[in-house]
Design a protein around this ligand. Structure first.
Ligand code: NAD
Ligand code: UFG
Length: 337
């Protein structure tokens, strides 16, 4: 089938495009390149020996979307496009609501007009908010995300539920990601953040490759086994394969379906640093700093529902996540530049 992938030049998008091409699907990517490079998709084409259609443009551009749907026989949309930096969302909330909420609205309007009613949406564990016991399962009520980025994800989830309730033709999947890390095993594509990385793994990798001096660990006084924050890190290729399973599930289901994409296991910051040092053979100097505002002590998934209903399970180990991150970073010290 032909699948439109918004944000397909980005980190998770490019790995998912690769998985879809390898599975024999036709892919149209729409991306405005605000946080990505065209080079990621060139490499995906080389790795898969397949071609894709790339449209440089914005999900908020209704005219462009109408044209895209009239030119390509799109059966389903995987919607990654959006802004994702938590801190920046506090500084620039309007940008986040504009891209993430208004952008999704325009995309859905164009899909409705074109009669395309299958959608996979990139949501986040952040919609659970704080205060639930771990692990987080899909039956829990959503909470109150602590920043505009998180709220934009929750608003979109609610928008999509209302849409599916209004018309049984819609079939929508909300995938709640935990902490995507790693890279394709080729070392050719990976995460290439612009500026100072916000997330742990890209920061660790840039320290190891010599682009940054020292990792700041935000807090060592959490009530976790070693005092540092615990998260459910999931290999980006496991995540990409989860999207393939969700795409197949869409064909058989109506309404809204929610699946966590995580491993079900938590690892602390110190465990990640140690695993990275082992995988890379590089030292990762660190210092302990105060907690980052609004960080939770621990967060990990109950990933049983996706296994039961999708037949999907994340199987790549923490060691593999670290080795693949290092291969990408080592081969491409300056990312795609
Ligand atoms: P990314 O920034 O690498 O990818 C997002 C892509 O969307 C980029 O290529 C960017 O250029 C594009 N884009 C942004 N706004 C656009 C617009 N208005 N029109 C067209 N293209 C636009 O991020 P990612 O890590 O690959 O994340 C993909 C999705 O998954 C995002 O929606 C993100 O919020 C969500 N998510 C990511 C994480 C994570 O930790 N990486 C966790 C949970 C959810
Ligand atoms: N951390 C550090 N130093 C750093 C970066 C992170 O110690 O330089 C720590 C954090 O304090 C946390 C852990 O590493 O304990 C993971 O932090 P990340 O920023 O990599 O990931 P988060 O879990 O904080 O954030 C992720 C996504 C967000 C999403 C959030 C909640 O990046 O988009 O999960 O789902 F909102």
């Amino acid at each position: 089938m032909t699948v439109l992938i918004t944000g397909g030049a980005g980190y998770i998008g490019s790995h998912t495009v690769l998985a879809l091409l390898e599975a024999g699907h036709e892919v149209v990517v729409l991306d405005n390149l605000v946080n990505a490079s065209r080079e990621s998709l060139r490499r995906v084409e080389r790795l898969t020996e397949r071609t894709l259609i790339f449209v440089e443009g914005d999900i908020r551009d209704r005219t462009l979307l109408d044209q895209l749907f009239s030119e390509h026989a799109v059966s389903a949309v995987i919607h990654f496009a959006g802004l994702k930096a938590v801190g920046e969302s506090v500084q620039q909330p309007l940008s986040y609501y504009e891209n993430n909420v208004a952008g999704t609205l325009v995309l859905c309007q164009a899909m409705q007009a074109a009669g395309v009613t299958r959608l996979v949406f990139s949501s986040s564990a952040t919609v659970y908010g704080d205060g639930h016991p771990m692990p987080l399962h899909e039956g829990l009520p959503t909470g109150e995300p602590t920043n505009p980025y998180g709220r934009s994800k929750l608003i979109v989830e609610e928008l999509l539920r209302d849409l599916a309730d209004s018309d049984s033709a819609w079939s929508i999947v909300l995938l709640r990601y935990f902490n995507p890390v790693g890279a394709h095993a080729s070392g050719q594509i990976g995460e290439d953040p612009r500026g100072i990385p916000n997330n742990l793994l890209p920061y660790v990798a840039q320290v190891a490759v010599g682009r940054r001096d020292c990792l700041a660990i935000f807090g060592s006084d959490y009530s976790t086994h070693d005092g540092t924050g615990v998260r459910d890190y999931i290999h980006v290729m496991d995540l990409a394969e989860g999207h393939l399973c969700a795409l197949h599930a869409l064909a058989e289901r109506q309404g809204v379906h929610i699946w966590n994409l995580g491993t079900g296991q938590g690892h602390s910051v110190l465990e990640v640093v140690k695993a990275f040092e082992q995988a890379s053979g590089q030292a990762v100097p660190y210092r302990i700093e105060p907690r980052r505002p609004d960080d939770v002590a621990a967060c990990w998934a109950d990933a049983c529902l996706a296994e039961r209903e999708l037949g999907w399970k994340a199987w790549r180990s923490l060691a593999e996540m670290m080795a693949d991150t290092w291969r990408w970073q080592h081969n491409n010290p300056d990312g795609y530049r």
